[in-house]
Design a protein around this ligand. Structure first.
Ligand SMILES: *[C@@H]1O[C@H](CO)[C@@H](O)[C@H](O)[C@H]1NC(C)=O
Ligand SMILES: [Mg+2]
Length: 266
């Protein structure tokens, strides 16, 4: 008997598509176990679904794709709580500091005191997580009155990654400017809080004066940075948790965005 060319090909196809005797038994689970297995999977699947949704939401916040929003979405409040009180927030801010320092070390500091670095205050140098812990982790509409009471305590801890960056930049010879959307009436408590949190020897603490009230943070901060440039400072780096800290004009040579899924300031 001879196989035709066509017959050999047909034989190969039949062998290739016929199921192996094992394929059935591998996926077979007893009906009882199958139920428990599915329920567990459904629950962890739902959780994974929420985490995935909230991870993606956080991505849009950090990239400024989300634009202006006023409250953390209801389904992401636990996610934000776990993030901001856990290792991930600390780790991500340390990663930002690593990037900032890697860059800072490449800057040739002139020694004339004009090599500047600008820092924001809230959620940059200082952390208000204890306040947001008592106010729904960003799920409540911002309440200026209760926040200002918290500011008056001057007890905000320093963000560890920023304490490290701040001190290292001073060692490298940078002049530090602190530029905040807080108002002049909060100068003393803000200064005290910065000292309490381990910061010292900043060049100037810049706050909103009367004529700055009502300005967008991005406008107010750009104007202040422009003034610094006018005084001959070179802004090598700018660190902030809000895009409004970093955009506009006189933005500096490099920006370093810290994470903040709690709130947005335009
Ligand atoms: C805040 O005011 C007190 C009392 O006038 C003063 O002793 C302190 O040095 C001030 N703090 C800062 C940081 O300026
Ligand atoms: Mg801030």
């Amino acid at each position: 008997m001879t196989l035709t060319r066509c017959g050999i090909v047909s034989l190969f196809i039949i062998l290739a598509v016929s199921p192996t005797p094992f394929s059935q038994s591998i996926i077979q689970i007893s009906p009882e176990k199958k139920g428990a297995h599915l329920r567990r999977n459904e629950i962890s699947g739902q959780r994974r679904g929420v985490d995935l949704y909230c991870e993606s939401w956080k991505f849009t916040v950090e990239t400024n794709d989300a634009g202006i929003w006023s409250q953390v979405p209801e389904r992401c409040v636990d996610f934000v709580k776990d993030y901001i009180t856990g290792q991930r927030y600390l780790s991500e801010s340390e990663a930002v500091t690593d990037s900032a320092l890697a860059y800072a070390k490449t800057v040739e500091v002139s020694g004339n005191g004009k090599d500047a670095w600008v820092f924001d205050v809230d959620e940059t140098l200082l952390s208000n997580v204890p306040y947001y812990n008592d106010h729904g982790f960003g799920s409540e509409i911002f309440d200026e009155h209760s926040f200002n009471e918290w500011v008056n305590l001057a007890e905000s801890p320093g963000l560890p990654a920023s304490v490290r960056l701040y001190k290292k930049l001073q060692e490298l010879g940078f002049t530090i400017f602190v530029l905040t959307g807080r108002s002049e009436f909060q100068r003393n408590v803000t200064g005290n809080n910065l000292l309490y949190a381990g910061y010292s020897n900043w060049e100037t603490l810049l706050l909103r004066g009367d004529s700055d009230q009502g300005k967008l943070a991005s406008v107010f901060k750009s104007e202040k940075r422009k003034e610094l440039e006018g005084e001959g400072y070179i802004i090598h780096g700018n660190s902030g948790d809000q895009w409004s800290d970093l955009i506009g004009f006189a933005v500096g040579r490099r920006s370093f965005k810290l994470p903040n899924p709690l709130y947005v300031v335009p």
